[in-house]
Design a protein around this ligand. Structure first.
Ligand code: ADP
Length: 544
């Protein structure tokens, strides 16, 4: 390999590019607040600040049984949600894979697949809601006119659709753009509820889509249902986004519309994944530029590409490849790669998570990669549901922790590196002879650089919402009377990535001060998209 000095210089240089000072965080958060103001004032800003027409937040006493359909991430989910009215719910769900062909083919094919999935769910799993008419034998003697006179009430369904939509009512919204690898044709510009309802009708399904909700809004509503209130719902999964409770009068782009004249509050879907698409304040490295150039949406969703599960593995892969290819001598894996590592998106963020977990806890977790079948879940979520904070104390000084000098490590650390080495060989399909302990240390270091930056940047978005809603002041110094500021989160990244939540909170503390940070209660919005959609469907049926 290269001399330790050369290696150290290269690694130090990469590390410096990923560092975010407190000043950087403040600059980014300030820009966030400016973008919030722009998006609230006018339509067609990258930070879309979409009014959701959800004007209330549940308190946990709501009841009823609803269907929910969730499209927007790695899987499509169909669920039946029974709200018990005591902050608890019962949920049965089934996940279905969405193929690349469906994601990028004709929209009608995608929506037909959604309808088929709902049909399959009703046939196989749903209990409390009326079963699908297509599962019954048609009555040849029934006259159509009688059937029309006495229709069974259609099963109400809430659609969680986690892409930017310009919503004009609880059950109406035009698709603005696709994100996260979706690019179905003839969908942008169309009403997503209509696209889905047309597919239900084509299949003669007795289901009515009554509400359209973004997954962030779902996270907010579901955390509010279980906790009795919530200010911000946010997602850190395949993508990232947030929705919060805003004064209607601040949503200036609603003009004199009835919604604005009514006053009060409305949930706003920020679409913060598109923050700073011009990248004037985001700390862009060559590794980020490569991710962006090779993505299906170059120059869009800039913030999301620094933060979310879809991209962190890819940024890390780019770092590793640059070290494999380093001249004049390779700095990693003897200069050899593997077909996995060569493949676009070949390094899943879940592998980084596994590597970091092996380092932090000395324990190799089993990453659930399978899709579970219908599960009956008892509602009451854990108070927090996130990885416990005790791991935080074990975070080594991640800066300069790339250990080019492996010889100086303790036996315990060496044992952890040996475990990481095993993960790398297995998950990336590398030749064992090409993976040294030093390589294992470098992979862990690269993972933590990328994830730490993501978590710190995520703290900026949360801080911006706290400042925007008058809960905090940038730089600290103001403390609200409220005992707790409740935040609901969802997504594999924040749920499973070691220390993501802890690092996010550290960044938040730097931005708004410790006293406010301590009041922020970040908890898992359990089954947010399902429960949120059900709560929205409930609101819609009451209004209708
Ligand atoms: P979605 O956001 O699509 O609804 P998830 O919240 O499960 O679904 O997020 C999926 C993303 O999370 C993928 O990009 C995947 O790489 C990443 N991921 C999956 N498991 C883990 C894990 N254990 N740790 C960190 N990231 C993970």
């Amino acid at each position: 390999g290269a001399s330790p000095d050369v290696a150290r210089r290269v690694l130090d240089d990469i590390e410096a590019q990923f560092r975010l000072s407190k000043d950087d965080l403040v600059t980014i958060t300030t820009q966030f607040l400016e973008d919030f103001a722009l998006g609230l004032g006018e339509y067609n800003h990258p930070m879309a600040m979409i009014p959701t027409f959800v004007t209330g937040v549940p308190n946990g006493s709501e009841t009823g049984t609803f269907l929910a359909l969730d499209l927007g991430g790695t899987n499509l989910r169909v669920c039946e949600v029974e709200l018990l009215g005591n902050h608890e719910f019962v949920l049965r769900q089934q996940k279905y894979k969405v193929s690349e062909a469906l994601k990028t083919g004709e929209a009608t094919a995608l929506f037909d697949y959604l309808a088929d999935s709902v049909d399959a769910f009703l046939t196989e799993f749903a209990s409390a809601v009326p079963s699908s008419p297509t599962t019954e034998q048609p009555n040849p003697f029934a006259s159509p006119s009688l059937a029309e006179l006495d229709p069974e009430p259609a099963v109400p369904l809430g659609l969680t659709f986690s892409f930017p939509v310009e919503q004009t009512a609880l059950n109406r919204g035009k698709i603005l753009t696709w994100t996260k690898g979706f690019a179905a044709k003839n969908a942008v510009g169309h009403d997503v509820v209509q696209l889905l309802q047309d597919a239900f009708n084509r299949k003669h399904l007795h289901v009515r889509c009554v509400a359209l909700v973004n997954d962030t809004v779902g996270a907010l509503l579901s955390r509010a249902y279980t906790s009795g209130g919530c200010l911000l719902g946010s997602i850190f999964g395949t993508g990232t986004n947030g929705a919060y409770v805003e004064h209607v009068e601040n949503i200036r782009k609603l003009g004199d519309s009835p919604a604005r004249q009514n006053g009060g509050y409305m949930i706003v879907n920020t679409e913060w994944g598109a923050f700073n698409n011009t990248r004037t304040v985001l700390p862009t490295t060559p590794f980020d530029n490569k991710v962006d150039r090779e993505s299906i949406n170059p120059r869009l969703q800039a913030y999301e590409k620094f933060i979310s599960g879809m991209y962190l593995g890819e940024i890390t892969r780019n770092i590793l490849l640059s070290l494999i290819d380093a001249a004049p001598k390779p700095l990693l894996f003897n200069g050899r790669s593997s077909s996995q590592l060569n493949a676009h998106y070949g390094l899943d963020t879940a592998i980084m998570s596994e590597v970091e977990e092996a380092w932090e806890t000395g324990r190799v977790p089993t990453v659930p990669l399978t899709i579970d079948s219908a599960v009956r879940k008892e509602g009451k979520p854990a108070a927090n549901g996130l990885p416990s904070a005790d791991v935080a104390s074990k975070i080594p000084d991640w800066q300069s922790a790339h250990f080019t000098d492996v010889d100086s490590l303790s036996q315990d650390d060496l044992a952890r590196l040996e475990r990481i080495r095993g993960i790398i060989i297995q998950r990336l399909g590398l030749d064992a002879a090409d993976v040294s302990l030093r390589d294992a240390a470098i992979v862990r270091w690269a993972s933590s650089l990328v994830a730490n930056r993501a978590a710190r940047l995520s703290g900026c978005a949360v801080a911006a919402v706290l400042v925007q809603t008058g809960r905090a002041k940038l730089g600290g110094g103001f403390v609200t009377d409220e005992e707790k500021i409740i935040v609901g989160v969802d997504g594999s990244l924040i749920q499973h990535y070691p220390n993501f939540n802890t690092r996010l909170r550290e960044s938040l503390r730097e931005l708004v001060g410790e006293e406010v940070e301590k009041k922020v209660d970040i908890g898992l919005a359990k089954d947010g998209s399902g429960v949120g959609a059900a709560l929205c469907a409930l609101q819609a049926t009451k209004q209708g």
